[in-house]
Design a protein around this ligand. Structure first.
Ligand code: ADP
Ligand code: MG
Length: 326
């Protein structure tokens, strides 16, 4: 028998076990809207991201990955604001109600939700081409949200984790590379790092469109530039094994700078506080690596260990409408 919209909500999204059950949810799924309590002296931080099949994930992506990623990309935005995730809403548009698909989708989404104690409090289910939208809600102590604006000349530039893995996985669709595919399908939002950077980072952004493009957002409004150490960009063992050969040198330098979908954080730290920031992030998932410094001359330049420099292009990252595909 075909599942109705209400069956779908009841069976897959309204979980009685509420593993992430939070006492600040006064009313969750089931009423016309959810009601939550925002603690005194905190600001509410809101973000939303949509994943569309064929645009944000390859058509062969597993339902579990789609469930994980829809929430992860939003938790990554909250991390970049220094916010602690609290609640989320979910809108799913499905071509048809497939029970196995929904079960796998919900399982991996809730695994991530439970890990961060973020509770699903409402949403919507509609029929149509596959697309998933999550809105996430987080909390920061009043006035304490981290921002994109704030980088200053001389600040050091850091990134969490490794860069280019997801981009390389996309290039290698015909060649199985499980560790890289895992990074593409199950990105790790750097929630802990975002919290640790409160009061320390002068600017933060999450890397969804590639380092050059996203670092560019930290620089452009202030008319600043940056020098990046191209050999010091963090690359995973899987990445180095596949992109470290002589023939693939171009990918070795290009992907960590331009490929999107890594969902690491890029942040700047005043030089007097770098030791503190490095110590704060050293033992957190992904750690951090210093990749460059903010300069007054606009534009992003790269330098090799032998001091030769070059100006990379491709700093625009992925832009939906420029590429004219939705
Ligand atoms: P309405 O007709 O008022 O929009 P719905 O029938 O769409 O209500 O939803 C009923 C309840 O189920 C609401 O509390 C709504 O937030 C919740 N809900 C609907 N879809 C989802 C979903 N995908 N995930 C979680 N909760 C959902
Ligand atoms: Mg509705």
């Amino acid at each position: 028998m075909a599942l109705s919209e209400f069956d779908i909500i009841r069976r897959f999204f309204d979980r009685p076990q509420v593993a992430a059950g939070r006492s600040d949810v006064l009313l969750g799924i089931g009423d016309d809207a959810a009601v939550v309590t925002v603690p005194d002296d905190h600001d509410l931080v809101l973000c939303m991201d949509t994943l569309v099949a064929g645009v944000h994930f390859p058509e062969d992506t597993s339902p579990g990955s789609i469930g994980h990623k829809a929430l992860a990309v939003n938790l990554s935005d909250l991390a970049a604001m220094g916010a602690e995730p609290a609640w989320f809403t979910l809108s799913v548009t499905l071509p048809h109600a497939d029970e196995d698909w929904l079960a796998a989708f919900a399982q991996d989404m809730f695994r991530l939700a439970d890990h961060y104690r973020v509770q699903l409090v409402g949403g919507d289910v509609t029929r149509g081409p596959l697309s998933v939208t999550v809105q996430a809600h987080g909390l920061v102590p009043r006035g304490g949200a981290l921002r994109r604006a704030g980088a200053a000349v001389g600040d050091h530039i850091y990134v969490t984790g490794t860069l280019g893995d997801a981009g390389l996985a996309l290039r290698l669709v015909s060649q199985p590379a499980p560790a890289l595919r895992q990074r593409l399908d199950y990105p790790s939002p750097r929630v802990e790092s975002g919290l640790a950077l409160r009061g320390l980072a002068s600017a933060v952004i999450d890397i969804s469109d590639g380092l050059l493009a996203d670092l560019g957002h930290l620089l452009e409004d202030r008319g600043l530039g940056a020098m990046l150490e191209a050999d010091d960009l963090p690359r995973s063992a899987g990445f180095r094994a596949l992109a470290g050969t002589t023939e693939s040198k171009k990918l070795y330098y290009e992907l960590p700078l331009t490929a999107g979908d890594d969902y690491e954080l890029c942040f700047t730290i005043p030089s007097s506080r770098c030791g503190e920031a490095e110590a704060a992030l050293a033992d957190l998932p992904g750690g951090c690596t210093c990749v460059g410094v903010i300069e007054s001359e606009p534009g992003i330049r790269c330098r090799h260990r032998d001091d030769s420099t070059w100006q990379p292009d491709g700093g625009q990252g992925y832009q939906h409408f420029r590429n004219d595909n939705g």
